[in-house]
Design a protein around this ligand. Structure first.
Ligand SMILES: [Zn+2]
Ligand SMILES: [Zn+2]
Length: 366
């Protein structure tokens, strides 16, 4: 456990990070503050990996290696700085620095890598870690947490299997041929095919799920076609939808069917179609064996744990890291009355720091 003095230093760091919020991909001052804190307070080897920081506690070759990841970015905001820590990543980074203090002078029989990741909110940061750090895929385990309002303060929130949904934006773009409104048959109008496709997708979802209780859902974001010139038959349109589900595989199957269906109706009507995926986050799914081990560690450390019935509907870019190496993602309750993440009233609660650091430490037997 952190001493009172150590906890005070971590809280001061959290407040300093809170006061220099930086948007995804621009976390320069944040990285400098974390780097300075770790070099002043620990013997960890800290490396700037080009947009993210790696701090390593090294005990020797041929030992198991584990990673702990915190996100550092803030949200865009309409204030003087243009950013605000509305998701609590200032707290997550401070907690990981707290684990650095806890490791100081200790041996845990493992090499431990603290990963301070940029750009979680845009889904870009985890990919940068994957692209720039080969050793990631050789880790035996990787862990991360997120504070979650609406749950009792300081309670660890755990879920076997899927913790948070996969999601992506999907665009179907159809291009036909314009025609005089008096002779629409001379053109190719995408409005009918786009509307039919939009209405067919719920059936595709039911078919893919085949009665299973997994979540797979589509949210209609936009349907735009044609214009307001009453002399011209529409020749272009697009459907924008957000797809979300417990399993990336289900989303992939839905995309495949949607695109096959769009291609078939475009072939029939002599139109062209193209597709785009944006903001893709895979599912954040925990490794069963590591999950069981983590549960045992938390219980042995007398940390309060609550099992979640349903996965979170939101997505996390930690899912990308879990595709490279097995791991566990868990939540820490931020209090039933705490305003929701990303809302105006939200701010990270420093009371969570001690529990977060204890939870990380427990996973190392500290
Ligand atoms: Zn967020
Ligand atoms: Zn977040």
């Amino acid at each position: 456990m952190l001493t009172e003095n150590q906890l005070r230093r971590v809280v001061a760091l959290r407040r300093a990070l809170h006061d220099c919020p930086e948007r995804s991909g621009q976390e320069r001052r944040t990285m400098a503050a974390i780097q300075a804190f770790l070099s002043q307070n620990t013997a960890l080897a800290v490396r700037d990996m080009g947009g993210w920081l790696l701090a390593t506690h090294w005990e020797g070759d041929d030992l198991p290696a584990v990673g702990f990841r915190a996100d550092m970015d803030a949200l865009p905001a309409c204030n003087e700085i243009g950013a605000r820590h509305g998701c609590g990543h200032d707290g997550h980074s401070a907690m990981l620095c707290g684990l650095g203090l806890l490791l100081e002078g200790r041996r845990v029989g493992k090499n431990v890598h603290l990963i301070f990741q940029a750009a979680e909110e845009t889904g870009e940061g985890a990919k940068r870690v994957i692209d720039t750090w080969r050793a990631l895929s050789t880790l035996d385990a990787i862990y991360a947490l997120h504070n979650i309002p609406g749950h009792p303060k300081g309670t660890l929130l755990m879920r076997r299997g899927c913790f948070a949904c996969a999601s992506c934006g999907h665009i179907v773009h159809m291009t036909g041929r314009p025609a005089h409104a008096a002779y629409p048959g001379d053109g190719a109008n995408p409005i009918g095919p786009l509307c039919r496709l939009t209405l067919e997708i719920p059936e595709m979802i039911a078919d893919i799920l085949a009665g299973s209780d997994r979540l797979l859902m589509r949210t209609l974001i936009g349907l735009n076609a044609g214009g307001e010139d009453f002399g011209i038959s529409a020749h272009e349109g697009r459907l924008c939808q957000t797809l979300r589900g417990h399993r990336q595989r289900d989303i992939d199957a839905l995309i495949q069917r949607t695109e096959a269906c769009a291609r078939a109706s475009c072939r029939e009507t002599g139109m062209k179609c193209d597709f785009e995926i944006r903001d893709a986050f895979p599912d954040t799914t925990n490794d069963d064996a590591l999950f069981d081990a983590a549960m045992n560690r938390f219980q042995a450390a007398n940390l309060p744990v609550r099992l979640l019935g349903e996965p979170m509907r939101w997505s996390e870019d930690f899912g990308w890291l879990l595709r490279e190496t097995p791991g566990v993602y868990f939540g820490i309750g931020a209090g039933e009355d705490c305003p929701g993440l990303h809302t105006e009233g939200y701010a990270f609660d420093d009371d969570l720091i001690e529990t977060g650091v204890r939870a990380f430490g427990a996973l190392l037997g500290l």
